[in-house]
Structures are given as structure tokens and as C-alpha cells.
Design a protein. Structure first.
Length: 158
């Protein structure tokens, strides 16, 4: 029994030693696996960053092209606005001409509606003459009124 107990103690000691050895091996494997996973994650992030940088460059090029196109289109837009304004003026002239043509055709095709106006008669009595005395009085007052106001206005303020 003593021998079995000693053998059991030796086997337990060997088992404990084996457990420690296996723990160290598992820790190293786990650390290596963890390091590999981290490397893969970092590599994946680097790839994403590279893809985003490429996408950023493409978008920057598109933006530059769009800005250049917008600048070119602005010149065309102002030319288009001038052309539209000229077209509006020409439309108005055309409408005036068309309206005038329609009136002339209407008058030409409807002579029975045209009525002659009565001839003017000379006046029966001459127009009244303006009284020279009244005209002189009004002109004199209009001439003297500013002088009188200039003379007496400061005295009123004092």
C-alpha cells in the first residue's frame, strides 16, 4: 500500500508537471494565434484604408471635373440668359406686328363699319382776352413776395 501511495504521488507530480508543460504550450499557441488574428485585423484595416484613399482620390478628381464643368457652364448660362432675353424681345415684337396686322386686315375687310366723323365747325365767339391789368398785378405779387418774406421772416423769429 505504501508503494502504491508513493507511486500515486509520483504520478500526480508527473501529471502536475505535464499540466504545467501543456499550459505553457497552450499559452504560446494562444499568443501566436492571437498575434495572427491581430495581424489579420490590422491588415484588413490597412486594406480598407487603402480602398478609402483610392475612393477619396477618385471623388476628388470627380469634384475637380465637376467644378471645371460648372465654370464652363456658367459662361454658357450667361450666354443663354442673353439669348433668352433677346428671344423674349423678338417675341414681343412679333406679337405687336401680328396684332397690328390683324387690326389692319380687320379694317380692310370691314369697310362698312368705318364711319366718317363730322367736320369741325369754327367757334361762334372768339376766346376771351386775358385782362392785362390782372396779369400785371399777379406778376408783380409773384416778384415781390419772396423779397417781402426774406425781409420780414427773420423779424418774426426774434
Amino acid at each position: 500500500m505504501a508503494e502504491l501511495t508513493r507511486e500515486l504521488g509520483e504520478r500526480r507530480a508527473a501529471l502536475d508537471q505535464l499540466k504545467e508543460d501543456q499550459r505553457d504550450v497552450l499559452r504560446r499557441k494562444h499568443a501566436a494565434l492571437h498575434a495572427e488574428e491581430q495581424f489579420q485585423a490590422q491588415q484588413s484595416l490597412r486594406d480598407k484604408i487603402a480602398a478609402l484613399n483610392v475612393k477619396k482620390d477618385v471623388l476628388a478628381n470627380r469634384l475637380d471635373a465637376a467644378e471645371k464643368q460648372l465654370e464652363a457652364d456658367e459662361g454658357k448660362l450667361s450666354s443663354l440668359e442673353f439669348t433668352l432675353a433677346e428671344l423674349d424681345r423678338e417675341k414681343q415684337v412679333f406679337e405687336l406686328i401680328a396684332a397690328r396686322k390683324l387690326r389692319l386686315e380687320t379694317e380692310r375687310n370691314a369697310p362698312e363699319r368705318v364711319a366718317l366723323m363730322a367736320t369741325a365747325r369754327p367757334p361762334e365767339s372768339p376766346e376771351p382776352k386775358v385782362a392785362l391789368w390782372t396779369l400785371g398785378l399777379v406778376c408783380g405779387v409773384a416778384f415781390l413776395l419772396p423779397l417781402v418774406v426774406a425781409r420780414f421772416w427773420p423779424a418774426r423769429a426774434a
